[in-house]
Design a protein around this ligand. Structure first.
Ligand code: EPZ
Length: 416
C-alpha cells in the first residue's frame, strides 16, 4: 500500500492551481442521467471518488469518456436502475444517483451508500423528502427499493440543511410536473453549481445558495456543457499549509468568498491574505497565534471538511484553541495520530481542546479518512524529522496528487 514520506521544516513558495471541486463534480455527474443527450463537464479533478462515480454511471448504461479534465457523459440507453452494494459502498455520493434515476426511469434499487467513516451518515432526510413526493420506498436487506411512477411535486421542509438531500431533491424534482420548494435547504456553493448545470440543461430552478429553493418541473432536459467550480476545501487545505509551514503562495483559480469563514480567522492569527481576481495570495506571519474558537457549521459557517486541517495548524500555534465539530459525530480520528507527533489535544465529547506546542515531531501515522489524512500531511510538513503517512488511499479520494502539489511549492515529500 502506498505511503507518503515527508521531511518537515521547508517553507512553501510559488503557486498552486486549485483542482475542480469533488463535491460539485459528483452531483454534476449524477445530473447527466436526466437526459439522453451528451453532457460535457469541464474542470473535473482526477480523483478516486470521481472515477467511482463514473463506474456507477457506466453500470447504469451511460457512456463516460474522460479527456483530461473534461468528461463527456451520454446516458442515452440506460439499461439498469440499480446501484449495487459493490459500487455504493465506495462512496457516499452514490445516494444522490437516486434522485436522477427516479427522475429519468421512475424506479430505482440502490444499496446503502458508503463513504468516510466520520459518522453514521443516515439518509433519513433524503428518504423522508422523497416519500413526501409520493415516492414509494421499501428498505430491505441493505437495499432501498423506490417506485416513483406517481411522483408529485411538493413543499418540502428539511429537518436539517443536508447537502446531499438538497441535491437529491433537486435532481428528482427537476423533471417532476409542478413546483417543488425546499425550505431549510443547504446553501453550499456546490448546490449553486448543480442549479447552474440543471438550468443549462433546460431545467427551471432558482434559489440555490439560499435556504429556499424553487424547482419548476420540466418535461425533458437536453445536453449542455458546464465548467465545475474549483474545490474550496482543497483551497482551504493549501491555505492552512502555508500557515503551518511559513512562506508565500498564490492559490490560483479559487474564490476567497467560498472559504471566508476560514480566511477571516487566519487573517487575524497567522496570515496576510489578499484576493486578486480569481487568485488568493497567502503570506504567513512569523508568529502563529491560536484561533481561540472554531465551531463547524453548515455553509457559510466554518466547514466541517476543514476541521481536521485547521486542527493541525492549531497544534503548533501559540496558545489554546477550542474546536467543536457540530456536523459529524465521529470526525476526530486524526487526533490520536496527531498526538503521536507530539500534539497536545484533549477531546471532551464533540469538543477538542488544543494547546499549541513549538514544533511537532515526525512519526509513523495512519490516515483514517479523507480530511484527517490531509491534516496528517500538513502536520508532517511542519514536523521536525520524518513523517510517514500510511493508508493514503483515503487522501487520494479528494486531493489530486497531493505530494506533487506540495513538492512544487518546495516541500520535501514523496510517495513510496
Ligand atoms: C456533503 O456530505 C459532503 N460530501 C461532505 O464532504 C461534507 O462534509 C458534508 O456535505 C457537509 O458539508 C459530498 O458533497 C459528496 P450532509 P453529505 O447530508 O451530503 C446528517 C468530504 O470530505 N444527515 O449535509 O453526506 C449527517 O449524518 C465530505 O469531501 C442526516 O442525519 O452531508 C451529518 O451529520 C465528507 N440524515 C449532517 O447531516 C440525512 O438524511 C450533514 O450531512 C442526511 C444527513
Amino acid at each position: 500500500m502506498a505511503k507518503l514520506v515527508i521531511n518537515g521544516g521547508n517553507r512553501l513558495y510559488g503557486s498552486v492551481e486549485i483542482q475542480g471541486a469533488k463535491n460539485a463534480v459528483l452531483p454534476l455527474f449524477a445530473a447527466t442521467v436526466l437526459t439522453d443527450e451528451k453532457v460535457i463537464i469541464k474542470n473535473v479533478p482526477d480523483l478516486v471518488d470521481v472515477h467511482n462515480m463514473a463506474k456507477i454511471l457506466n453500470s447504469l448504461g451511460a457512456d463516460v469518456v474522460r479527456k483530461g479534465t473534461v468528461t463527456e457523459i451520454t446516458a442515452r440507453d440506460l439499461k439498469s436502475s440499480e446501484i449495487t452494494h459493490v459500487l455504493a459502498k465506495e462512496l457516499r455520493s452514490s445516494i444522490f444517483i437516486l434522485g436522477p434515476v427516479l427522475g429519468r426511469l421512475r424506479q430505482a434499487k440502490v444499496a446503502y451508500p458508503g463513504g468516510c467513516d466520520i459518522g453514521l451518515r443516515p439518509i433519513d432526510i433524503h428518504l423522508k423528502a422523497l416519500r413526501e413526493m409520493n415516492v414509494k420506498i421499501i428498505e430491505r436487506s441493505g437495499y432501498i427499493y423506490c417506485d416513483a411512477s406517481n411522483i408529485i411535486s411538493g413543499e418540502l421542509m428539511l429537518d436539517y440543511p443536508s447537502v446531499g438531500a438538497t441535491e437529491n431533491i433537486m435532481l428528482a424534482a427537476v423533471t417532476t410536473k409542478g413546483k417543488t420548494t425546499i425550505m431549510n435547504a443547504a446553501r453550499e456553493p456546490e448546490i449553486v453549481d448543480l442549479q447552474n448545470l440543471l438550468n443549462a440543461m433546460g431545467g427551471s430552478i432558482k434559489g440555490a445558495g439560499t435556504s429556499f429553493i424553487e424547482i419548476e418541473g420540466v418535461d425533458k432536459l437536453h445536453g449542455a456543457t458546464y465548467t465545475a467550480m474549483s474545490d474550496r476545501i482543497a483551497a482551504g487545505t493549501f491555505a492552512i499549509a502555508v500557515a503551518i509551514c511559513g512562506g508565500e503562495v498564490v492559490l490560483k483559480n479559487c474564490k476567497a468568498e467560498h472559504i471566508h469563514a476560514l480566511l477571516s480567522k487566519m487573517a487575524k492569527t497567522s496570515c496576510n491574505i489578499k484576493q486578486i481576481d480569481d487568485n488568493i495570495e497567502i503570506a504567513a506571519k512569523c508568529r502563529r497565534d491560536a484561533i481561540e474558537f472554531i465551531e463547524t457549521q453548515p455553509y457559510p459557517g466554518f466547514p466541517t471538511d476543514l476541521q481536521a486541517p485547521i486542527m493541525a495548524l492549531q497544534t503548533v500555534s501559540n496558545g489554546v484553541s477550542i474546536i467543536t465539530e457540530n456536523i459529524f459525530e465521529s470526525r476526530y480520528k486524526h487526533v490520536c495520530e496527531l498526538m503521536k507527533m507530539g500534539a497536545n489535544i484533549k477531546i471532551k465529547g464533540r469538543t477538542a481542546i488544543i494547546k499549541g506546542v513549538d514544533r511537532l515531531s515526525g512519526a509513523e501515522v495512519l490516515a483514517q479518512d479523507l480530511r484527517g489524512g490531509a491534516a496528517l500531511v500538513l502536520a508532517g510538513l511542519n514536523a521536525i524529522g520524518t513523517t510517514v503517512v500510511s493508508d493514503i488511499y483515503h487522501i487520494d479520494r479528494g486531493y489530486e496528487s497531493i505530494e506533487n502539489s506540495f513538492k512544487l511549492l518546495g516541500a520535501d515529500i514523496r510517495r513510496i
